[in-house]
Design a binder for this molecule. Structure first.
Ligand code: DC
Length: 227
């Protein structure tokens, strides 16, 4: 049996991977795995239950038992035990919690099977930090998106201001660098490009330009020679 195709899109926070992944999935008719959302939901679930982030076994059990549903109340929506947490998981507090629980090996192990289950025909676009290196090492196309920390902080700033949420640019830049550091330095599944990933620096590119480039690479990787 041939396995469903996978395109992985990894990269640091605010590199544009979520938006690009959603656009590529839609263009190709593939399903979408926003793996960061799983870590974010786990982070807020742990907070709601007042679990200590030091109790790794308890967190891993929670990760295995969580009832998470995607797309129930609209595209990109996320439900935790029937409660819509789509907004809550995008807060800065949830980003930090996600990065913290993501550094725990037992948690990553518990979330692995869940992520693999998203691989369904005709294909999957998976975005995160370790999609190409650990979760789908046999993906047929691996993309690693980067952009300078300053550009990423600027994008996040515009996004927050656009939503009417107050933000301070130097604070955003500092938080983003902290998160990069934690995600890249952890012992398990650190943020790094797979050896066979195409690296795209998006600092000076628009989302449309990035999407067009990834679709070009996808067309080449899926060309199996049949006329
Ligand atoms: O992609 P994101 O910004 O939604 O991810 C939030 C955090 O979750 C990120 O800082 C680290 C963690 N994460 C991870 O460890 N592995 C992934 N595959 C995706 C996210």
């Amino acid at each position: 049996m041939t396995r469903a195709r996978v395109i992985t899109i990894d990269g640091p926070s605010a590199s544009g991977k979520g938006t690009v992944a959603a656009r590529i999935a839609e263009a190709l008719g593939f399903s979408l795995l926003d793996s960061g959302a799983l870590y974010r939901v786990l982070g807020i679930a742990a907070r709601k239950q007042q679990l200590s982030l030091h109790n790794h076994q308890q967190l891993a059990r929670l990760a295995a038992d969580l009832k998470i549903e995607f797309g129930i109340s609209g595209p990109g929506s996320v439900q935790l035990n029937g409660e819509d947490v789509s907004q809550e998981i995008r807060t800065d507090a949830a980003s930090k919690l996600a990065s913290e629980v993501g550094a725990i090996p037992a948690v990553r192990e518990a979330l692995l099977q869940r992520q693999l289950a998203f691989r369904q025909p005709p294909g999957l676009v998976a975005d995160g930090r370790d999609m190409g290196t650990v979760v789908f090492p046999d993906a047929e196309l691996k993309i690693f998106l980067t952009a300078s920390p300053e550009e990423r902080a600027q994008r996040r700033y515009k996004q927050l201001i656009g939503k009417g949420i107050g933000a301070i640019l130097p604070d955003l830049l500092r938080e983003l660098k902290d998160r990069d550091e934690r995600d890249s330095q952890r012992a398990v599944s650190p943020l790094k490009p797979a050896a066979d990933a195409a690296i795209l620096d998006t600092t000076k590119l628009t989302i449309d330009e990035v999407v067009a480039r990834v679709l070009e690479l996808a067309a080449v990787s899926m060309d199996d020679g049949t006329p």
